[in-house]
Design a protein around this ligand. Structure first.
Ligand code: ADP
Ligand code: MG
Length: 575
């Protein structure tokens, strides 16, 4: 239906009627939702139009997965659910990857999707974009709901908001039937159904006994270690976490997205001595971090065999998931960390300086090794001399968001680029997944209005590259940096048949990714040397405009699977 036809039709309706999609917009507004990320089409186009008309910002993407990733990262940054709007069937499915990723990472997000005629779907009679969406969504999210009647809209939105943000945050699927979107109801009656959710994510106070038990264990430690995860970053308990760490003198290790919660150059950071502290710690305090694959499941050769664990988490089911937890503290991190700081009056915790001295020795050795790699004069550049150029520019900036995806590009950037402020590093997260890059970059820029530097491997960039158009359309201050070594992991792998087809991991080393942005009026740069990269990145950031830099990296450098080659079943055969 064209807008004109639509207007004619709505003019014909009596003044005091409203419809399902308008009530959805009102219910979102009533709950402080100010942005929707999505891709429109049947049956949600007018929902997006009404949202925009009502002052909700609508950010139209080129693919639902990126819209969903933008919503998820908006949720992570704000503690309010990010909203992703999708059309039925294929659009819905495209969004599901992002919804599942949000759930896995604990980011609050709601995917709102239009769906086709229930009666036809249920009898499988072949509707336009027929799909039993709600049931398909269920295993990929925390909760899934469907709104069938306009009078239930406010309740449905409230349930979605609570499910997304309370307890461990995650993704929620909200199904809006075409019939409900079109159904009319008296405006005054509809207004009466609207309400604002009171205290959507209630505090969860840890028991005094659990805090006592944890602090006693920590007080008995000789070589304690704090591991900060993105749950701690999400909680926004920045000051209490800092107070506890500095008052006790316990060294800390940030997980990737927790980098910057305390600055990476903090004297108690053990980031550059990761292996050493994991092997040496006798009591580990996990603050919003899970003992999943990223921490070797808390057992095995990387850990001290006698290590004991304290774990602070909002999700009690998490405890003992990979190994016994000696002192579980169930609660939200704001409340739990406050209880820990208060508990210091009773429990004397002061770390023996010899532990930090040993850590500092290991840090110094590793820092020296790293500086030697960064001092490389290789041309074409490798990851390290390229990243040194990037680091030297970014170290002068603090007020920017860093998005990062890739394999080697991810691992090496995480190790080289220091973060100084909380929640400024946004990356592949729990799954180690590619394809989040442009969605996260756009989500961060829209949500915060700040500069974003988005560093992608050439393969990773490909998954969301078309969003360069979105970034130019919305004139966002994002600099996209593509580390182009011409392949997945690296660009010079052979075709084992000896034939002329490129190998499975080969992409185009001579590609000029920066040219993509020229199609949309953005600024492009190409860098073959550290000096060119320094100049390009400095100019790009200063312009506060959409920019892209293709960084030529030697196709022969790059580890298979980056730092996680051990997870790749092929690696054993090859070596
Ligand atoms: P990382 O990958 O950085 O180690 P994870 O995503 O594995 O972090 O772990 C984050 C943990 O934080 C999850 O177990 C989650 O339940 C928990 N969490 C998230 N938000 C909060 C909160 N507000 N309070 C307490 N724990 C939280
Ligand atoms: Mg590559």
């Amino acid at each position: 239906m064209t807008t004109e036809q639509n207007q004619t039709q709505s003019q014909a309706q009596p003044q005091n009627l409203t419809d399902g999609m308008r009530i959805v917009v009102q219910a979102l507004k009533k709950n402080g939702i100010d942005t929707i990320f999505g891709v429109v089409g049947i049956p949600v186009t007018d929902l997006a139009r009404h949202a925009q008309e009502e002052g909700i910002r609508y950010i139209g993407f080129r693919h639902e997965q990126s819209a969903g990733n933008a919503a998820a990262i908006a949720g992570y940054l704000t503690k309010k659910p990010g909203i992703c709007l999708t059309v039925s069937a294929p659009g819905f499915l495209n969004g599901i990857t992002a919804l599942a990723n949000a759930t896995t990472n604990g980011f609050p997000m709601i995917q709102i999707s239009g769906s086709s005629d229930r009666a036809i779907i249920d009898l499988q009679q072949g509707d336009y974009e027929e799909m039993d969406q709600m049931n398909i969504a269920k295993p990929f999210c925390k909760a899934a709901y469907r709104i069938n009647k306009p009078e239930d809209v406010a309740t449905g939105i409230a349930r979605a908001i609570r499910a997304a943000t309370s307890g461990r945050p995650g993704g929620v699927y909200l199904d809006l039937t075409t019939a409900m979107l079109a159904a009319t109801m008296d405006q005054d009656e509809a207004d009466k159904t609207l309400f604002t959710v009171v205290d959507p994510a209630p505090a969860s106070i840890p028991s005094a006994a659990s805090v006592d038990q944890a602090l006693s264990l920590i007080a008995s430690a000789k070589s304690p270690l704090i591991i900060l995860g993105k749950g701690a970053a999400y909680a926004q308990a920045d000051d209490t976490i800092k107070a506890f760490i500095e008052k006790t003198g316990i060294p800390f290790l940030p997980m990737s997205m927790a980098k910057g919660l305390l600055p990476d150059d903090h004297p108690q950071s053990a980031a550059a001595a990761r292996g050493f502290v994991m092997k040496g710690a006798d009591v580990v305090i996990l603050i919003g971090a899970r003992l999943n694959w990223l921490l070797g499941h808390g057992k095995g050769k990387h850990w001290n065999p006698a290590v004991k664990f304290v774990q602070l988490d909002i999700e009690p089911k998490e405890f003992d998931s990979n190994r016994p937890i000696d002192a579980p503290v169930a609660g939200d991190i704001v409340s739990s960390m406050q209880a820990f700081v208060d508990g210091l009056a009773k429990h004397q915790i002061k770390v023996d300086p010899s532990w930090m001295d040993a850590i500092n020795k290991d840090k110094a050795v590793n820092a020296q090794k790293m500086e030697a790699k960064l001092a490389s004069t290789a041309e074409p550049m490798n990851f390290f001399n390229a990243l040194k150029a990037v680091r030297d520019v970014l170290d002068k900036q603090r007020d920017y968001y860093l998005v990062n995806e890739g394999a080697n590009t991810l691992d090496d950037t995480r190790n080289v680029i220091n973060m100084y402020e909380p929640r400024k590093r946004l990356d592949c997260g729990t799954w180690g997944v590619m394809g989040i890059g442009m969605g996260f970059a756009l989500g961060a820029a829209i949500t915060t209005g700040k500069q974003v530097v988005s560093i992608h491997g050439d393969s990773a960039f490909g998954f969301s590259g078309m969003e360069v158009e979105t970034m130019c359309r919305f004139k966002l201050p994002i600099t996209v940096v593509v580390f182009n070594n011409g392949g997945i992991y690296k660009g010079d792998s052979p075709n084992l048949s000896g034939g002329t087809d490129p190998s499975p991991t080969t992409l185009m080393p001579d590609a000029h990714y920066e040219k993509i942005i020229e199609a949309f009026g953005g600024t492009s740069y190409y860098a073959e040397t550290p000096a060119e990269l320094t100049k390009a990145l400095t100019e790009a950031i200063a312009s506060k405009k959409p920019c892209m830099i293709d960084v030529k990296i030697d196709p022969s450098v790059g580890l298979e699977s980056g730092h996680i080659g051990n997870l790749n079943p092929s690696t054993a055969l090859k070596s």
